[in-house]
Design a protein around this ligand. Sequence first.
Ligand SMILES: Nc1ncnc2c1ncn2[C@@H]1O[C@H](COP(=O)(O)OP(=O)(O)OP(=O)(O)O)[C@@H](O)[C@H]1O
Length: 242
Amino acid sequence: MPAAVKLENVVKRYGALEVLKGVSFDIQPGEVVALIGASGSGKSTALRCINRLERIQQGRIEVCGREVSDEAIDLRALRQEVGMVFQSYNLFPHMTVGQNVMLALRRVKKIARPEAAEIARRVLTQVGLGEKYDSYPEQLSGGQQQRVAIARSLAMQPRVMLFDEVTSALDPKLTGEVLRVMEDLARGGMTMVVVTHEMAFARRAANRVIFMHQGNVHESGDASILSDPATPELRDFLEHDL
Ligand SMILES: Nc1ncnc2c1ncn2[C@@H]1O[C@H](COP(=O)(O)OP(=O)(O)OP(=O)(O)O)[C@@H](O)[C@H]1O
């Protein structure tokens, strides 16, 4: 089976600043990978390169057998396969929760309204928000809005989901409810790459932890590296980040 996501010697620069300095890793279907590291180590950039929000300067990226670094790639198809959830929820305030979730189904997938509505209800129920279908985003807590954003992404039936510090803006209680939804997804077999500072989540849900340091993969392994780091850099990060 091809890797769900494969990075090979990826180099990404912003002007003279080299943010990814030859990053390589593979993620297998169904794997949950926590991407950790200090601020500025390149975690978000790596995620953004995977769904081609950013172009790379060298190396290769493949997603489900599709060459992302190919200039001729069908971005619409790629973005259907790769869902992404950010720290900010970016819900449309003038649309109901149901309409927000249905939007891409209608516009991108051209799915008829009754079927789109059914899918929206199903994914909202999956994230514990079935009863909020007719609410507006402003009537929801931050944690609920983030769960709507996850549902919106799920509705497209992605093969891989990327999460970029999705709980950073939330207080601990709301963080917990979002992480529980992500753990459910992980248990359900979703392939996930999760940039996170939530080490407890990484311990519970990740099959693999990748520690980035100054634009490189510095250490990786199963969650036991969080209790028993091999490098002083990971030890230092864990001591200061917790
Ligand atoms: N669009 C951009 N233009 C110029 N520099 C950028 C851009 N995006 C990111 N950078 C720089 O690239 C480096 C890596 O940023 P990135 O956001 O990938 O780090 P990170 O590990 O995700 O950090 P954080 O945990 O703070 O989000 C930083 O030095 C950042 O300032």
